[in-house]
Design a protein around this ligand. Structure first.
Ligand code: N01
Length: 530
């Protein structure tokens, strides 16, 4: 690595890092992207497990900064599979000649701010360093896998695969006995496909999840043409919705509807499929009674799909619907009707140990040749804390966030000057359509740096009061309704010992964008510029 300070050093070559590099060039600035993988794509580079696909329509989960690109690119399916998303990321890298400024195979271990020189020095795991005046963590919200310590896991004789670090050459399950740990989105997408070739699949479920059918299909060409005819307006409309994507969000209360009307809407949404399910009423997340109506409807669907009543009951979630991340599937529940698929309830019968060729739970040994860990991620903070980031006055992010994160707008942290986080804790992030939100954040950061350059400012830092007030607001909004009452990765509950607190901002994407715009329009209110 060179030690010439770049204007901007960016960590991560996913959709955020790629676009920021493009914006930096547009500002006439030098930028270097450091990426641990061997190629661009971020989430879609690492998550190559069978069945991995996006659960927001691809016509909406895509870049909008390049109008020619969004007109020319043709998605083949309503919800794109991982290989197509990776191909898209690679295409964008080629189209904008990004790779020449991206350094692959470089995992950043530490970053330190030198106040005298006003420069960040980033150190990679191999000891090499690179410097930049600005430093941006574009490392994603779900990029550090959770690796639970199952007793005896290291004694397992066969291969262990982690969904978020899937081998590039793929995995051949033919004739194998596969143990899958976890039943979140990654498991729900992969289990049906693993079961097609494996001899036996045993799923170890701690918490049953609600899943809605995707009803994925080849992309309707007429629909595509209709959107492309007015793409910028279509995007602008999406930005005005709470989660930042098009879906019909009704405004009336589930409590006021007749049983017939509730049933009618739930059936309609089930037929449509996808993440918009709960949008058929405004307030599923406000009362237990309202939540129960939707939850009961889905439990009935599960019972109607799964033949074995005992398995069906185990698959019926008992917690609130919508508090944990909704899953979207293709044939998930029906897969349990296959003779080669079994479900083990490890809430009732916890895993005792893993041995050379079995997973032991409830006194039974379930034979396995392959172990699949679909156990999720150290969400939101994992990738930021994986780097030892040191700001001014001895501030260390790992210490600062030991009791939970705090940030101004999910973009900046007091005592860490010239450091920006893309979709960090305190921004809507995982409650929105990630790609438009990434673009909004990158545009805000690039515009801010452009503003500083044009006025000869060299340093920007979140003001302590502004950060505290914003974080209080994030917690206040996060406590409204039922969402925070259920253990989920949104509140850090999936990682042992992790501090609890709502990490994403639940106040809505439009309100958040307006706040960011106001802050910028007021000369970066809540920031100290020097
Ligand atoms: O991870 P998860 P994921 N012993 O955290 C279980 C996005 N995503 O990778 O619920 C036994 O949801 C855990 O059990 P419990 C999406 O935002 C999107 O599936 O903690 N089990 C749970 O069942 C999603 O929410 C897409 O009791 C253990 C599972 O492992 C997020 O990524 C696709 C355990 C983890 O589920 C994460 O999804 C995939 C232990 N020690 C992912 N520890 C799409 O776009 C954990 N578990 C469609």
């Amino acid at each position: 690595m060179s030690n010439t300070p770049y204007d901007i050093v960016i960590v991560g070559a996913g959709f955020a890092g790629m676009y920021l590099l493009h914006r930096a060039r547009g500002l006439g600035l030098t930028a270097r992207v450091l990426e641990a993988g061997t190629d661009v794509g971020g989430t879609w580079y690492w998550n190559r497990y069978p069945g991995a696909r996006v659960d927001i329509e691809s016509m909406q989960y895509s870049y909008q900064f390049d109008e020619d690109l969004q007109q020319e690119w043709e998605w083949t399916e309503k919800y794109s599979p991982q290989p197509e998303l990776l191909k898209y990321a690679r295409h964008v890298a080629d189209r904008h000649d990004l790779r020449r400024d991206i350094q692959f195979n470089t995992r950043v271990a530490a970053a330190r701010y030198d106040e005298g020189q006003a420069v960040w020095t980033l150190e990679a795991e191999d000891g090499s360093t690179v410097q930049g005046r600005f430093y941006v963590m574009a490392t994603g919200c779900l990029s550090v896998p959770n690796d639970p310590n199952l007793p005896g896991k290291d004694t397992f004789a066969g291969p262990t695969y982690v969904t978020g670090r899937w081998p590039h050459e793929g995995v051949d399950f033919t004739g194998k006995r596969v143990a899958v740990i976890g039943t979140g989105s990654s498991a729900i997408q992969s289990i049906p496909l693993i079961a097609e070739t494996a001899a036996q699949v045993t799923v170890f479920q701690r918490t049953a999840n609600y899943s809605i059918p995707a009803h994925n299909a080849p992309l309707d060409k007429a629909y595509e043409a209709k959107i492309k005819a007015r793409y910028p307006q279509f995007r602008a409309e999406a930005k005005k919705t709470g989660p930042g994507f098009h879906a019909v969000f009704e405004t009336d209360s589930v409590l006021d509807a007749t049983p017939q009307e509730r049933e009618r809407r739930y059936r309609e949404r089930w037929q449509q499929g996808g993440l918009g399910f709960l949008g058929c009423f405004a307030d599923h997340m406000m009362t237990q009674e309202g939540n129960d109506y939707a939850a009961n409807f889905l439990r009935d669907r599960i019972r109607s799909i799964v033949d074995d009543p005992e398995t069906a009951e185990k698959l019926c979630p008992t917690n609130l619907i919508g508090a944990k991340r909704f899953c979207v599937d293709t044939n998930y529940y029906a897969t349990y009707n296959r003779p080669n698929v079994a479900l083990v309830d490890i809430r009732a019968n916890p895993i005792e140990q893993v041995s050379a060729n079995a997973v032991h739970a409830g006194g039974e040994a379930y034979g396995a040749d392959i172990l699949v860990m679909a156990t999720g991620f150290d969400a939101m903070t994992g990738a930021l804390l994986a780097v030892d980031i040191q700001g001014v006055g001895g501030a260390r992010l790992q210490e600062r966030w030991a009791e939970g994160p705090s940030s101004y707008l999910g973009l900046a942290i007091k005592d860490f000057p010239n450091l920006f986080t893309v979709t960090g804790p305190g921004s809507p992030s995982v409650f929105t359509n990630m790609l438009p939100h990434i673009e909004q954040h990158v545009d805000w950061i690039a515009d801010c740096i452009g503003y500083m350059e044009s006025r000869n400012y060299r340093r920007i830092e979140a003001d302590a009061d502004a950060e505290d007030q914003w974080w209080d607001h994030v917690q206040e909004v996060g406590a409204v309704g039922l969402k925070a009452t259920v253990d989920s990765w949104y509140i850090g509950a999936n990682i042992e010992g992790k501090a609890r607190g709502m990490m994403p901002y639940l106040g809505g994407f439009p309100q958040y964008c307006e706040k960011c715009e106001t802050v910028a329009a007021e000369g970066y209110a809540g920031f100290k510029l020097a």
